[in-house]
Write a protein that binds this ligand. Structure first.
Ligand code: 218
Length: 187
């Protein structure tokens, strides 16, 4: 890859991380049950540019929480899991970018849609698996009386993860019909 293309992809990774961070400022009306709006640009970008740049963009998004004072700190290991591992995991959608590009090039729109949705599912499920784990290990004391930490974390993070996946799926369905070249860039 040429030096210029690498720089272009790095700049895109930073721009999409910044977009994700801006959307993270939408107020969370349903507390920890709220969806992550920033997952939309991040997963779309990972599907566009692949695993390496997707993971980088997710990591930048996570790190921006520190710069902007948006980290909920309980302990070092909790912050490492929830703001580095969890956010970087969003880039896993990039595992499917090659197959997505190919399906779009072959004009297989239904196949392309399924690949993109599956990538979004893997990325969102992995991220919320980290939050689920952190919820059991660190957030158990926030569970209502009589609710076990495991069940509490499952309901909270399962709901947030499902809402997030629905938002991302809607964005994918719209973009693949209206701007398919976004997912199959020429350079
Ligand atoms: C049960 C429970 N409550 C809160 C958290 C913390 N959490 C959940 C989802 C997303 C994020 C990242 C910031 O948006 C955080 C810190 C949890 N894991 N489990």
């Amino acid at each position: 890859m040429s030096q210029n293309l690498n720089i272009k992809y790095l700049v895109e990774a930073a721009i999409f991380a910044a977009l994700a961070m801006v959307l993270s400022f939408i107020p969370d009306f349903f507390s920890w049950f709220s969806p992550s709006f920033g997952a939309i640009p991040l997963i779309l970008f990972a599907l566009r540019r692949g695993l390496k740049y997707g993971l980088l963009s997710g990591l930048i998004w996570g790190l921006l929480h520190f710069v902007l004072g948006k980290v909920y700190y309980l302990s070092m290991s909790q912050v490492f899991i929830e703001y580095l591992l969890a956010f970087a995991s969003m880039g896993l959608a990039g595992l499917f970018s090659g197959r997505l590009h190919q399906a779009l090039t072959d004009q297989h729109t239904t196949k392309a849609t399924n690949i993109a949705l599956f990538g979004a599912f893997i990325a969102t499920a992995t991220r919320y698996l980290w939050h689920f784990l952190a919820g059991i290990l660190f957030w158990g004391s926030y569970a209502p009386k009589g609710v076990s930490p495991v069940w509490y974390s499952f309901t909270v993070n399962g709901t947030a993860g499902a809402f997030t996946l629905i938002l991302v799926a809607i964005a994918i369905l719209i973009l693949i019909r209206t701007q398919r070249q976004f997912f199959a860039p020429q350079d």
